[in-house]
Design a protein around this ligand. Structure first.
Ligand SMILES: Cc1cc2nc3c(=O)[nH]c(=O)nc-3n(C[C@H](O)[C@H](O)[C@H](O)COP(=O)(O)OP(=O)(O)OC[C@H]3O[C@@H](n4cnc5c(N)ncnc54)[C@H](O)[C@@H]3O)c2cc1C
Ligand code: SF4
Length: 324
């Protein structure tokens, strides 16, 4: 870790002010809880001239019940989200995922927006300046070669946020504010499968809120993750699911994964389980589906084959729990 360099901190009171500060200065960055950003600044990965603190913007700090569902401000902390009574009851996967991020101090500062906009991670990228420079950096930042797949021009850094897959199974919508005004998109459209640039937001745009829609409220849901250090760590693989059965027959199912590609993604093809009895054969098929749609690469200390097996096992275990 390096000493903190000089930068100027701004504390705007409105989202529009924050967007303007960002648009006016290409070297400025948004700051929420800072639990990831400040680590990246101390590693020399981020070199902002200015940091724009989003945590004093009123509309970003509230959880509101609206006609369409529960609107969660981007600067709400993970602890607040995890503990929120309606979220715990009606959107259990989001509550469990937020409650599983890092350790208690990170959850007290880390925010919903910071978690959803988390940079992708890789063993060759999340290192100190001297470590990366002695390795000639890498394609994602300042280098010419990807050390994971040296022949190609693609970055496979893994998306490793816990909250996104949970939000995907709830079919959350993302409220964005940018230089061209406000818009709302399905949260799934916030991401693309590109470790170098996995967020689709326009330059200067910020995530203002996430809407948990009332259509998916109260469907049994949950989140399971596996990590190296049980008390404080990113998921080496994580699975969220919503699953409703009646008399053992599947009526509704959606599964989303994290840690095993450069984006959080919902499994495709799960609709074929609707109308089937949730038995061992279906659970085994679901496990295989999770494994085959994952593409872990050598981006961490844990081998890709193991992460692929783990994500299948997590998916199976979670589906069995929700169906019980
Ligand atoms: C030891 C350790 C363990 C960790 N373990 C986990 C873990 O288990 N799971 C996990 O998911 N994360 C983990 N993290 C990462 C981090 O703590 C969390 O993801 C946290 O939720 C990030 O939120 P933040 O508010 O602190 O974000 P910040 O660090 O403030 O910002 C993160 C990124 O998001 C951008 N950003 C923030 N808010 C917005 C917004 N509203 N709109 C647009 N961009 C925005 C910032 O510019 C920055 O690029 C860990 C970190 C550490 C240091
Ligand atoms: S996958 Fe390759 S380019 Fe991407 S961060 Fe890792 S080493 Fe760098």
């Amino acid at each position: 870790m390096e000493y903190l360099p000089n930068f100027q901190v701004h504390r705007p009171g409105t989202a529009e002010e924050a967007v303007k500060l960002r648009v006016d200065n290409v070297d400025a960055r948004f700051l929420a809880g800072g639990t990831d950003m400040i680590v990246n600044v101390r590693r020399g990965i981020e070199r902002p001239s200015d940091l724009i603190d989003l945590t004093h913007i009123g509309e970003l700090t509230e959880i509101r019940e609206e006609a369409e569902g529960i609107r969660v401000g981007a600067a709400v902390t993970l602890q607040q989200l995890s503990d929120h009574e309606t979220v715990r009851k009606s959107y259990r996967a989001a509550s469990e995922a937020a409650g599983s991020v890092a350790g208690p101090t990170h959850r007290a500062y880390g925010t919903v927006g910071g978690n959803l906009c988390l940079d992708t991670r890789c063993l060759f990228y999340n290192q100190s300046e001297w470590w990366r420079s002695s390795n000639a950096y890498c394609l994602k930042h300042r280098g010419e070669v990807c050390h994971v797949a040296p022949g190609g021009r693609e970055c496979f850094a893994a998306y490793s946020g816990d909250l996104a897959p949970a939000m995907l199974v709830h079919e959350a919508r993302a409220g964005l504010i940018g230089p061209d005004g406000r818009r709302e998109i399905p949260l799934a459209e916030l991401y693309r499968d590109d470790g170098m640039d996995h967020l689709t937001m326009a330059p200067g745009e910020l995530l203002a809120s996430v809407l948990l829609p009332k259509e998916t409220a109260d469907i049994p849901s949950g989140y399971e993750k596996s990590r190296v250090r049980g008390s404080i760590d990113f998921p080496l693989a994580g699975a969220a699911a919503r699953l409703r059965t009646r008399d053992g027959v599947i009526e509704d199912i959606r599964v989303a994964l994290t840690g095993v590609r450069s984006w959080p993604f919902a499994l495709t093809g799960t609709d074929r389980f609707i109308g089937q009895v949730l038995d061992d054969n279906v659970l085994d098929d679901l496990r295989e589906m999770a494994r085959t749609q994952s593409k872990p690469m050598r981006t961490g200390t844990v081998a890709p084959w193991y992460r692929r097996r783990v994500v299948g096992a997590l998916t199976r275990r979670l589906a069995a729990r929700l169906g019980a």
